[in-house]
Design a binder for this molecule. Structure first.
Ligand SMILES: Cc1cc2nc3c(=O)[nH]c(=O)nc-3n(C[C@H](O)[C@H](O)[C@H](O)COP(=O)(O)OP(=O)(O)OC[C@H]3O[C@@H](n4cnc5c(N)ncnc54)[C@H](O)[C@@H]3O)c2cc1C
Length: 463
């Protein structure tokens, strides 16, 4: 039953008496802004937003919400595509004030609070010439991205974001503060690496960091009439690449920018995008075959790693409308490229794109059952990104993305990537996403750590 305005106010007042951080009730001047999340399709009204400052605050909010039987939405960076980090009629546990990062360069370890975005983390580690795998853009939260797996620009060299996780501080549904690592609650540690936010609120992540400072990164764009030639090239090229070079094949609308030849601007095009994180001098050798293909645009150049991670931020602004689908593919076959070209040619929005992430490397060297991540053997992860601005485009864009993904999944490994899913239709779908065995293990873990399913606003594993 929905709370009255007075009841919401009373609830927020009661909660604010128990935490150091600010608690926003619907009457607060900042509430309307604070209730929004990154995906503009999501429009929900919580009864209060608790801006936590510490693990103790988090434990209070967890206990308060649990004891009143209210929905609980945990917010890290707010990028959840289905809007899991907000809710109707419940409490948002907002970690955004918790963005401190401490780097120990000697030990090659970075500790980051649960509300950090990758830009916070990268700035702190880059100051020491260090980095670990984050996402492709800098505004995503480290929490949701890492807990779901985490594909980024350093993936092939240093694994998924979750593969760099050494230890996590977790507030569980019972309000206990635990640590998870290979030696402390190893079962929980397994689930935190790919199982999403199902098991508790992570208040601090401890990552292994690596020497990464200047990278050679950018993109090469080709006209669409060369897509067959480029995809054939890419298939062999990707297979030959050293782990230092993480790349993806992208179908996108060529930007209307000076650096793009005029005949290509605004046209559907194919691009190879990548980040080389080894010796700068060696990058030219690795890039030579790509350059020999004579792209219409070649933007590969040396730059600080955080600059590349922020390069595409402006293409994915907060408040626009988004619907993503993602899964795993065994190859970059002609059949797959045909599907991509067909669907991209009839995309309802010119801003939509298709990313084909090259996997392998360090991702594939972690044992398949060592973490909850669904498919380490896949050669590629695809991501259909439907991006549009007006609510009138909702139906057409979602229908297109669903049909596109269904066709790709027919050719896929059968698994999905939880971080790229705008929806799963229930337990059956999530079981398929993870595979039977892995899903069963996640259910057992859920029963141990969250038997009443307090943490259910996520790709939910039911206890
Ligand atoms: C623009 C954009 C770019 C993206 N790029 C990439 C990419 O390059 N690589 C990739 O792998 N994925 C990418 N993603 C997907 C992204 O990983 C997921 O959307 C992820 O869940 C976002 O995490 P967040 O903390 O920002 O989101 P939130 O909306 O804050 O949270 C996402 C989920 O995690 C839970 N959660 C959040 N914080 C915590 C916490 N501290 N403890 C426990 N649970 C928590 C939430 O309850 C929710 O279920 C991208 C998404 C977007 C929108």
């Amino acid at each position: 039953m929905a709370l009255t305005a007075g009841e919401s106010e009373a609830l927020a007042t009661a909660l604010s008496g128990r935490v150091a951080g600010e608690v926003l009730a619907p009457s607060h001047p900042d509430f309307e802004r604070a209730r929004t999340v990154w995906n503009g399709c999501i429009d929900r009204r919580p009864v209060a937003i608790a801006r936590c400052q510490s693990a103790a605050d988090v434990a209070e909010v967890v206990g308060f919400t649990r004891d009143r039987g209210l929905p609980l939405a945990v917010r890290g960076g707010g990028h959840s595509l289905p809007g899991f980090s907000t809710c109707d009629g419940g409490i948002v546990l907002d970690l955004s004030p918790m963005r401190a990062v401490r780097v120990n360069p000697e030990a090659r370890v970075a500790r980051a609070q649960g509300g950090c975005r990758w830009r916070d983390y990268d700035a702190a580690t880059h100051a020491h010439g260090l980095a670990s795998t984050g996402g492709l853009i800098s505004t995503t939260g480290i929490a949701g991205l890492t807990l779901g797996g985490g594909i980024g620009w350093l993936t092939r060299r240093y694994g998924l974001a979750c593969d760099n996780l050494l230890r996590a501080e977790v507030v569980t549904a019972s309000g206990d503060v635990l640590h998870a690592s290979v030696t402390e609650h190893p079962d929980l540690f397994w689930g935190l690496r790919g199982g999403g936010g199902n098991f508790g609120v992570v208040t601090e992540f401890e990552f292994r960091v690596h020497p990464v400072s200047t990278v050679v990164a950018g993109l090469a764009i080709f006209s669409l009439d060369r897509s067959r030639e480029v995809s054939h090239f890419y298939r062999d090229y990707a297979a030959s690449l050293p782990d230092e070079f993480t790349t993806m094949l992208v179908f996108l609308t060529a930007p209307r920018e000076e650096f793009v030849p005029s005949e290509l601007r605004g046209q559907l095009a194919v691009a190879i995008v990548g980040c080389y994180c080894g010796q700068v001098d060696d990058a030219n050798t690795v890039l030579a075959p790509l350059r020999a293909l004579a792209p219409a645009v070649d933007l590969f150049e040396p730059m600080p790693y955080p600059d590349f991670q922020a390069m595409f931020d402006a293409d994915l602004p907060a408040g626009d409308r988004y619907y993503f689908k993602g899964g795993f593919l065994p190859a970059c076959s002609d059949a797959i490229v045909d599907v991509i070209q067909d669907f991209m040619a009839r995309r309802p929005s010119p801003r939509s794109e298709l990313d084909l992430h090259h996997m392998g490397g360090a991702v594939a060297r972690v044992g398949d059952s060592d973490t909850a991540f669904a498919d380490r053997a896949a050669a590629f992860t695809y991501n259909v990104l439907a991006i549009w601005s007006e609510p009138s485009g909702d139906e057409a864009n979602r229908t297109w993305a669903r049909a596109f993904a269904a066709e790709l999944d027919r050719l896929g490994t059968g698994r999905g990537y939880v971080n790229f899913l705008s929806e799963v239709s229930g337990e059956g779908d999530l079981r398929g996403t993870y595979g039977d065995q892995r899903y069963r293990r996640l259910v057992e873990l859920k029963r141990d750590f969250d038997p009443t399913n307090l943490f259910r606003l996520n790709q939910n594993v039911r206890p």
